[in-house]
Design a protein around this ligand. Structure first.
Ligand code: HEC
Length: 203
């Protein structure tokens, strides 16, 4: 085989490879819709009102979205012992490093000078309403959504009472929860950027 033939064969092989590759790409592009939206992907189904209601549970800082019902610290102590203490400790002291301390932190906001200061309900949460929201949507970690509204009011009341924020004889309901002034509130500012709650034009 002459040198020229070898080069020609090599070129032919390269061109064939190129055509094959490009051919593949062109084939794939036949299905590619570019900017056009497909009518459907055949995934999922239309959410039913019940399915939407099950996840539409957000509570705003001002208390909008809080459900009916109520609970006391005493009732909440039982909820805490049964559903929370295994991770957060019998007294909400946490189990580092995985499970955060919830109550009993130092009454300081000087987290900048010592990042190890535990951020707890008493020294870091700006709203009691969003504490309710968090517990309802996220806790217990292994079974979020399993607490009733009453149990959530009760365990929220228990934690707030243990932090010295409400007296033991308080019954928490939507109105009482929204009226609580949290110790850390003054350390937070409302987000006033466009589109935020403070910026008003939230859709
Ligand atoms: C299986 C373990 C587990 C159980 C049970 C559990 N938690 Fe938690 N909890 C966690 C973990 C882990 C976090 C941290 C989650 C994160 O930072 O994303 C957390 C975070 C929290 C926080 C936020 C702490 C903060 O300030 O950032 C609260 C409040 C809380 N849990 C309350 C509860 C309550 C009330 C219960 C019982 C109803 C409960 N948890 C049950 C594991 C658990």
């Amino acid at each position: 085989m002459t040198y020229a033939t070898t080069v020609r064969l090599a070129l032919a092989a390269a061109v064939a490879a190129l055509v094959a590759t490009t051919g593949c790409r062109l084939d794939a592009r036949d299905d590619y819709l570019g900017d056009k939206d497909p009518k459907q992907f055949n995934l999922g189904h239309t959410a039913s009102p019940a399915e939407i209601a099950a996840v539409n549970i957000d509570v705003s800082p001002d208390g909008a979205g809080l459900p009916a019902g109520s609970g006391t610290p005493e009732q909440g102590a039982a909820v805490f012992a049964g559903a929370c203490a295994s991770c957060h400790g019998a007294n909400g002291e946490g189990k580092p490093p995985a499970y955060p301390q919830l109550i009993g932190g130092p009454k300081t906001f000087d987290f900048a000078s010592d990042y190890k200061i535990p951020r707890t309900i008493g020294n870091y949460w700006p709203y009691a309403t969003t504490l309710y929201d968090y517990i309802r949507r996220a806790m217990p970690l292994t079974a979020p959504g399993s607490l009733t509204s009453e149990q959530t009011y009760a365990v929220t009341a228990y934690l707030l009472q243990r932090e010295g924020i409400i007296p033991a004889n308080t019954t928490l309901d939507a109105k009482a929860l929204a009226a609580i002034q949290m110790p850390a509130k003054s350390h937070f500012v409302l987000d006033d950027r466009r589109g935020s709650i403070g910026g008003k034009n939230v859709r």
